[in-house]
Design a protein around this ligand. Structure first.
Ligand SMILES: [Zn+2]
Length: 80
């Protein structure tokens, strides 16, 4: 398994904050805090790219991260 410290997106030098796993057969994408043992293509993503992730039409995006980055979301007090 390849472990990378930087975001895999071209041109991005962000620190890896999440791991992306593609299941082409099941048309699912997982986001994890750490590389999983699941078979499939895994990519490292920074917090920004993980948060903006879009999956192909018909695919399912499953966010399994426990500690989700909160600095890209407004504090709850401002949401109401
Ligand atoms: Zn990035």
């Amino acid at each position: 398994m390849m472990r990378r410290a930087l975001c895999a997106r071209p041109g991005c030098q962000g620190q890896t904050a999440a791991w992306l796993t593609y299941d082409y057969a099941g048309q699912r994408v997982w986001l994890d805090d750490a590389p999983s043992d699941a078979a499939g293509d895994q990519w490292s993503l920074c917090a920004g790219h993980a948060g903006r992730l879009r999956v192909p039409q018909g695919w399912t995006r499953v966010d399994r991260r426990v500690a989700r980055p909160s600095r890209f979301e407004p504090p709850e007090a401002l949401v109401s």
